[in-house]
Design a binder for this molecule. Structure first.
Ligand code: ATP
Ligand code: MG
Ligand code: FE
Length: 343
């Protein structure tokens, strides 16, 4: 049983095909990073136009790679939100077009559910599990008691972790996207600068990264005024240490408090080498199994949407021909959606 998935929520045009829920048979990602680099970030208008140019090519390439046709598909799944509305619309309309033409069921998928389900391509989920979602737009701790059952027990009150990485990278004049650049630089430096850790209230699983970002700005500014030279690699290493310490400590505390079997790391920042290492050490001598996706499934891709879409399809989630893009789609509500056709 094959499910096709389309992802166009941000700056990656991606199509994947999955067999029997977890066997990936094609995974094509057309990245637009080069086009956005000169603007230092994703320009929504440019992103939409790229998606339009790439979507058909990407779709055909995925089918070619799998040696399959649209007739072989059981259902068509697509990211319906959250994300950039113009970008999402390209994927949603492409999915509706092929699903309608071939009279196949259509399944809308939540982008963050996709990031979480990326781990299921490698290992079966064992509920209850806790997911640490760390992406460009989200930083959350999500408790799952079953498939598509999401409870957000903590989230960022300001910037997302990836956003903090990108903003600090810009301060250090590193190219976009800044996360991987800081990661590389941090490996060459020492965490000699004492940046704050935002622990918030004792019983809170929320996060905050704006104070850390301000602290980096102030430190760089002070150094400049005093004519002192700060090594950028030390700033990167110190910043990364603060982020990683808070993320791994809070994830462990929550995982133990809720008695979960697995900690599933999700989103672009899951590619961070400092975070991967810290989490491995943190969960090493616990009964909690750590799942971190391979690097290529951390940042945006359609394999993860296929993995989440296959589960939603099996549960009976169906979208109508009026499916729209939902830039602010709520994860908990998405999970609770009718298990019957919505038509
Ligand atoms: P969302 O998933 O919340 O809608 P998004 O899709 O834009 O946002 P992702 O593609 O999941 O975000 O992740 C991109 C983010 O991950 C960027 O902020 C990027 O800087 C960050 N990132 C990627 N690799 C690394 C890394 N090695 N270290 C730190 N951050 C990284
Ligand atoms: Mg991206
Ligand atoms: Fe993403």
């Amino acid at each position: 049983q094959y499910i096709l998935a389309i992802e166009t929520s941000c700056d990656e045009t991606a199509v994947a095909i999955i067999k029997n829920e977890t066997e990936l048979v094609a995974n094509v990602v057309a990245s637009q990073i080069e086009s956005h680099k000169r603007f230092g970030g994703v320009v929504p208008e440019v992103a939409s136009r790229h998606h339009i140019e790439q979507i058909t090519i990407t779709l055909e390439e995925a089918l070619d790679k799998a040696g399959l046709t649209l007739d072989d598909m059981e259902a068509i799944s697509v990211t319906e939100g959250p994300g950039l509305v113009g970008a999402l619309l390209v994927g949603v309309n492409a999915a509706k077009g092929v699903a309608f033409a071939k009279q196949k069921p259509l399944v809308g998928v939540h982008h963050i559910a996709g990031h979480i389900y990326a781990s299921r391509l490698e290992k079966e989920f064992d509920f209850p599990l806790l997911s640490l979602v760390v992406s460009g737009g989200h930083t959350e701790l999500v408790l799952m008691r079953g498939h598509n059952d999401f409870e957000v027990i903590g989230e960022t009150r300001d910037d997302a972790a990836g956003e903090a990485y990108d903003k600090v990278a810009r301060l250090l004049k590193l190219p976009y996207p800044g996360g991987p650049e800081i990661d590389k630089l941090a490996a060459e430096g020492e965490a000699t600068i004492d940046f704050p850790r935002a622990w918030l209230e004792d019983d809170s699983y929320d996060f905050s990264f704006s104070g850390l970002k301000s602290s980096v700005i102030n430190r760089l500014h002070n150094a400049e005024q005093k004519g002192e030279t700060l090594k950028p690699e030390d700033v990167a290493a110190s910043f990364q240490e603060s982020v990683v310490e808070v993320l791994s400590t809070k994830a462990k505390k929550a995982a133990e408090a809720y008695g979960v079997h697995q900690l599933v790391v999700a989103g672009g920042v899951a590619a961070n080498s400092g975070l991967r290492k810290a989490l491995q050490e943190t969960f090493e001598n616990t009964d909690i199994e750590l799942l971190i996706p391979p690097l290529k499934y951390c940042t945006d891709n359609a394999a993860m949407i296929a993995a989440a879409g296959a589960v939603a399809y099996k549960q009976g989630h169906r979208a109508g021909w009026d499916l729209n893009a939902h830039p602010g789609l709520d994860l908990e509500k998405y999970g609770k959606r009718g298990q019957v056709p919505q038509d």
